[in-house]
Write a protein that binds this ligand. Structure first.
Ligand SMILES: Nc1ncnc2c1ncn2[C@@H]1O[C@H](COP(=O)(O)OP(=O)(O)OP(=O)(O)O)[C@@H](O)[C@H]1O
Ligand SMILES: [Mg+2]
Length: 500
């Protein structure tokens, strides 16, 4: 079925006349002469002069009788602009133009049989032509993609969290990747919608593979409590601003007292070279940061829910062990301040980083699962002028098989150098033109023509631009809740089958 014909243009801008009874849409995939094209813009075309068109319209609007245009379908048309995406025959970037006057057809699932399922495949969704879904699954190599970082940019409500849940769902039980999720909305592990339970907890292999920590753990789940003896001066530096004198004092105390340094600071232990005022302000800052206080008897006590004086000695170590074992660890940080969330995740990722660094030195890195960390509102940690473990991971984590899944509404707040380092971008809808610009400028493929397409993406519609994909692939992401429902159905049917 022909939908149009090439009538002009240039390499990146091929003009197509739409067949009058067809409806071509923004984002549609068309094929001409082995070349896969994607529609990025449309306008009206007419063989009549502007004045004639205005005159005819005037007659019709003002009721001066029937002024039907002779051969209307021939004289007026829709001009479609498309860009070449891929050469389906040579499996490479197209280097020639399809023949002039070539007829176009819509792409079908057959055209994509060349797409292979990579090793350690993560399923992202199905190929999408405009808003029509083709039955072609799109995968990406999980180890590669995770260690080279993933960016998920979109305006609110377009399906960022849904996408991360779909990715994690497909990683449960795979064990080649450990993923730490900082879940500020408590929406990953377990939640209710339309009277039903959803979340990663409902995966058939969730037990032992999806680990959940919360400061208010439901019965049987783990408690997110961390002992203050696990906190180091460099952890605190990431969330608290210290003066140079205070910073010196931090390190002096740590050198003198080892992992008991916080207790000694708070008790006001005298130490050579630290002035009383410095110590006093240090105490204040640490008390606020860790939500710990000292009673008149000089004993430490907890005011907050996370940092503990007596408990939680193993929490950070356990979490790192789980990650290093290829499991998914979800931290419910919904009732914590941003600073606490960053402190905890920083402590975990610093530990993972140093472990993986030493595995690399010992030549053991390849036998370890890769580790990734999911961060919502990524500019908080990756923004201009920030210096912390997440920036280090974005810049050099790849060497140590550690990556980031950065979620953001504001890509423009992340420095270009870091944006360019996030080598897989799964771009969902975005209304803000400054944001689209930042994303387009740092994508792995030339998306300069995709501005309108990105603006018009609906919930769950995305474009995958990655150094690991041969072209920027338009996809439709599954609904996470449908995945859960389907797996429940399967389980039920499986049980029925057993009883037959
Ligand atoms: N691929 C999809 N298919 C069907 N429904 C979807 C899809 N993606 C998202 N939704 C639905 O759209 C709503 C918003 O999705 P989601 O919470 O993932 O958006 P978000 O981008 O994370 O938003 P926020 O910026 O508020 O965090 C949810 O109700 C979700 O179920
Ligand atoms: Mg979200």
């Amino acid at each position: 079925m022909m939908v149009g014909q090439i009538i002009g243009g240039s390499y990146g801008e091929i003009w197509i006349r739409q067949k009058s009874d067809e409806r071509i849409e923004l984002g549609d995939l068309l094929v001409a002469d082995d070349i896969l094209l994607q529609v990025y813009d449309m306008e009206y075309g007419s063989l009549l002069e502007k004045d004639d068109l205005a005159r005819i319209s005037g007659m019709q609007l003002e009721g001066y009788g029937a002024t039907e245009i002779h051969e209307k379908d021939v004289r007026n048309y829709i001009l479609v602009k498309a860009k070449p995406l891929f050469n389906l025959k040579s499996k490479s970037i197209p280097k020639h133009l399809p023949a002039f006057f070539h007829m176009l057809r819509r792409a079908s699932s057959k055209d994509f049989e060349f797409l292979e399922k990579p090793e350690n495949a993560i399923y992202l969704g199905k190929i999408r032509s405009g808003s029509k879904i083709l039955n072609v699954p799109v995968y990406i190599n999980g180890k590669d993609a995770l260690t080279h970082h993933i960016l998920i940019p979109a305006t609110t409500g377009r399906g960022k969290s849904n996408l991360v849940k779909v990715i994690l769902w497909n990683l449960v039980g795979k064990r080649y990747a450990g993923v730490l999720v900082l879940d500020a909305h408590n929406e990953y592990y377990s939640y209710r919608k339309n009277g039903k339970d959803y979340g990663l907890k409902h995966h058939l292999q969730a037990k032992g593979n999806v680990i959940y920590y919360s400061v208010n753990p439901p019965f049987g789940e783990r408690s997110l409590r961390i002992n203050i003896r696990n906190v180091r001066p460099w952890h605190l530096r990431e969330i608290v601003e210290f003066s140079p004198a205070q910073e010196d004092a931090l390190y002096l105390f740590h050198k003198e007292y080892g992992d008991k340094w916080i207790e000694e600071v708070l008790k006001g232990e005298d130490i050579n070279g630290v002035r009383a005022e410095t110590l006093a302000s240090l105490q204040r800052k640490i008390k606020v940061a860790l939500e710990i206080d000292v009673n008149p008897k000089g004993e430490l006590f907890e005011r907050g829910k996370v940092f503990s004086v007596n408990e939680g000695m193993r929490t950070i170590k356990d979490i790192c062990d789980f990650l290093e074992d290829g499991r998914i660890v979800i931290l419910d940080t919904s009732s914590l301040s941003q600073n606490l969330e960053l402190l905890i995740s920083g402590m975990i990722m610093t530990e993972i980083f140093s472990r993986y660094k030493s595995y690399k030195e010992r030549g053991e890195l390849d036998s370890k699962p890769v580790v990734s960390v999911v961060i919502e509102e990524a500019p908080r940690v990756l923004g201009e002028g920030k210096s912390n473990i997440f920036g280090t991971i974005a810049r050099e984590g790849r060497k140590f098989h550690i990556g980031i899944i950065a979620i953001t509404q504001l890509s423009s707040m992340i420095p270009r150098e870091i944006l360019a380092n996030l080598n897989t971008k799964i771009i969902l809808g975005n209304e803000m033109s400054a944001e689209r610009k930042a994303i387009i400028a740092s994508a792995a493929q030339d998306l300069s023509k995709d501005d309108k397409m990105i603006a018009s993406l609906d919930k769950g519609e995305a474009i995958v631009s990655s150094i690991f994909t041969k072209f920027a692939i338009p996809i439709q992401i599954d609904s996470f809740e449908k995945l859960v429902d389907d797996s429940r159905k399967e389980r039920k049917e499986g049980k029925l089958f057993l009883f037959q």
